[in-house]
Design a protein around this ligand. Structure first.
Ligand code: DOR
Ligand code: ZN
Ligand code: ZN
Length: 392
């Protein structure tokens, strides 16, 4: 089974630390099967499935189910992320050790979508994770500054300084969590960091606290700014929100200089009903798996901020290292089955939500031209995508 790789760029298989696959409970938006297809088509060979499912992935039963479904589908390695607290309710620590001991071998925990508001619970979670040699991946948002502020939500209100999109909801939690992680001697991964000051807090933490902290940025926060959301089209509603251009610029620079370790999609499929409504009622989130790499090319490669070597680092090597994967995110090893993706850097394409493999269609890039295409993806010596099509 040979392919013609003339003119293509070879990358180690991409690794996404932040995917919402919606199974179990949200199958009208996505399943492990449809999400795995979207991942493979996007060049991914491993994804981390966030636990805000129904039921929540806070027990060995649920994480093992997601893990098994991933193996059955076989298009991408699906690593379930365990919930930090029972039901994502923030009150009681989940049995992280049981999830770590399950066949799924969970080594990343998150309450993504929610923030652990109670600092004592967060501190205990970090200590538990440290004992398991696991990482806590935190959604940084003090909900007391955001929830219930819908009337004030949106770019216009944010510029007027009203609560709702208050960047301090994110920044204050990141500052708190790096200090708690340092105190616990634990590893912290900051999810979808979105402001310039958040990157400054990260630099300060690394320089002064001697803390093991990593951070991700989403493709949409690299490309889109709050002006996109001024239409109050729910497709532009996402958590954290789209930020002013000065933040977008700072995020690009921070990804280029290594302050931000990696790109993670926060792929968040939503059924039509969850988006086909007014802004305040809409669910936050955007599709990301099939557009992530081209958006990184647009924002980082075409701008001269990263070369393809850098793309391999932020989309594959760094996330694999953060998650402790040893068989992903590395160059070809002679004699071992390959895990890689082959990209045509010249093949432009136009995004159509209806044509994406996800069950949902909530892409913010509808009609937008993307500069590069994933052509082939290989997982341990088997083509999962050939000529831009899933190889079932
Ligand atoms: O926009 C978001 N969507 N942010 C989150 O934190 C959760 C996610 C979701 O699950 O839809
Ligand atoms: Zn989140
Ligand atoms: Zn998320």
């Amino acid at each position: 089974e040979t392919v013609d790789a003339d003119g293509l760029v070879a990358l180690p298989g991409l690794v996404d630390l932040h995917t919402h696959l919606r199974e179990p409970g949200g199958e009208e938006a996505e399943t492990v099967e449809t999400g795995s297809a979207a991942a493979a088509l996007g060049g991914y060979t491993a994804v981390f499935a966030m636990p805000n499912t129904d039921p929540v992935a806070d027990s060995p039963v649920v994480v093992e189910h997601v893990w098994r479904r991933g193996r059955e589908v076989g298009l991408v390695d699906v690593h379930p992320v365990g919930a930090v607290t029972v039901g994502l309710e923030g009150a009681k620590l989940a049995e992280m050790g049981m999830m770590a001991a399950s066949p799924a071998g969970v080594r990343m925990f998150s309450d993504d979508g929610r923030c652990v508001n109670d600092p004592l619970i967060m501190r205990r979670a970090l200590e538990y994770a440290r004992a398991l040699d696991a990482v806590v991946a935190q959604h940084a948002e003090d909900h007391r500054l955001t929830v219930g502020a819908q009337a004030h939500e949106g770019p216009v209100a944010a510029r007027l300084g009203l609560a709702g999109w208050d960047p301090t909801a994110e920044e204050s939690i990141i500052a708190r969590d790096v200090m708690l992680a340092a105190a616990a001697g634990a590893r912290l991964h900051v999810c979808h960091l979105s402001t310039a000051r958040s990157t400054e807090i990260l630099r300060w933490a690394r320089e002064t606290l001697d803390v093991r902290v990593s951070a991700e940025v989403t493709p949409h926060h690299l490309l889109l700014t709050d002006t996109a959301a001024e239409d109050y089209d729910p497709v532009h509603k996402v958590n954290p929100p789209l930020r002013p251009a000065a933040d977008t610029e700072a995020l690009r620079r921070a990804l280029a200089d290594g302050t931000l370790d990696c790109v993670a999609t926060d792929h968040a499929p939503h059924a039509v009903e969850a988006k086909d409504c007014e802004w305040s009622a809409a669910r936050p989130g955007m599709l990301g798996l099939q557009t992530a790499l081209p958006v990184v090319v647009t924002t980082m490669v075409a701008t001269g901020l990263l070369d393809w070597r850098g793309v391999a680092r932020v989309c594959s090597e760094a996330p694999a290292r953060i998650a402790g994967l040893t068989d992903q995110g590395r160059p070809l090893v002679p004699g071992e089955p390959a895990t890689l993706t082959l990209v045509d850097p010249e093949a432009a394409w136009t995004v159509r939500g209806a044509a994406l493999a996800s069950r949902a269609e909530n892409t913010p890039y509808e009609g937008m031209e993307m500069p590069a295409s994933v052509v082939h993806t290989m997982l341990r010596g088997r083509w999962t995508v050939r000529d831009g099509k899933v190889n079932a």
